[in-house]
Design a binder for this molecule. Structure first.
Ligand code: IPE
Ligand code: IPE
Ligand code: MG
Length: 239
């Protein structure tokens, strides 16, 4: 039987867990931070490519609340790369009209990085293209906990009634307030776990894992993920 052609769907919101930089470097006998430097190049190229595919929201997991556990030397190397990332994104994403937003607790970063984050957001705030969320010092549990605290205070201080406490009121207190939930979450580096990424928002996201290490992740790898997404049947609990 001939199959009816399916309508090609570009996910509206894609999340990417950019994993495998360290292993990429190790495979080449290089120190781990070199892997992060190459990962930053992939970040720039892939973001541009994805924005040109018509994706509306892209959330990239750059640094988790748990990544502070790494040796100080690696954390410092990452901070150095972030400074470069941030300056780069100011310049590079202008031509594609990409709006840049940071999600996570930025207050833990050195003050010059906080300033760069604020400036990057400010400069890009009126852009009309894809919204790029960079998750830095982001943790899904910390995000949910912060929403719970806000709700507790709002109820305690009479700004909100108990009846108003709905799923929507939780969503609106997450870093991703006002954004659609991710449709597709891609993880590079071969692991099959979320590692504290978008725990609340990922409820019905399609999960795609590839063995490709992040610095090697190419436009072709991205296309493959979208192709597989198109083959999934999303039922959202229905039939
Ligand atoms: C992902 O690559 C980047 C960050 C978490 C900052 P890793 O550094 O986790 O690379 P692997 O997983 O050790 O190869
Ligand atoms: C997840 O990768 C975090 C980011 C990609 C920023 P990790 O390398 O930290 O995750 P685990 O430790 O393998 O779960
Ligand atoms: Mg890793």
């Amino acid at each position: 039987m001939k199959k009816a052609p399916i309508e090609w769907r570009i996910p509206e919101h894609i999340g990417i867990i950019m994993d495998g930089n360290g292993r990429w470097a190790k495979k080449r006998g290089l120190p781990r931070p070199i892997g992060h430097t190459y990962g930053a190049k992939t970040f720039k190229n892939i973001t541009r490519y994805i924005s040109r595919q018509g994706v509306k929201y892209l959330t990239l997991y750059a640094f988790s609340t748990e990544n502070w556990k790494r040796p100080l030397e690696e954390v410092n190397a990452l901070m150095k790369i972030f400074r470069q990332y941030l300056i780069d994104s100011l310049v590079n994403f202008r031509e594609d009209d990409i709006k840049v937003v940071f999600i996570g607790d930025r207050s833990a970063f050195p003050s010059d990085i906080i300033q760069l984050i604020n400036e990057t957001e400010e400069i890009a705030k009126d852009r009309k293209g894809m919204q790029l969320n960079i998750a830095m010092n982001y943790g899904g549990r910390a995000e949910i906990l912060s929403a719970v605290k806000q709700i507790y205070e709002d109820i305690r201080d009479g700004r909100m009634s108990e009846e108003e406490l709905t799923e929507a009121s939780v969503s609106s207190r997450l870093y991703t307030a006002g954004m659609p939930d991710p449709d597709l979450i891609i993880r590079t580096g071969g692991e099959h776990r979320l590692s504290n990424f978008m725990l609340y928002q990922a409820a019905y996201a399609e999960f795609y894992s590839t063995d490709t290490l992040w610095p090697d992740f190419s436009e072709k790898d991205f296309d493959k993920a979208v192709e597989e997404f198109n083959q999934r049947s999303r039922r959202f609990g229905g039939v």
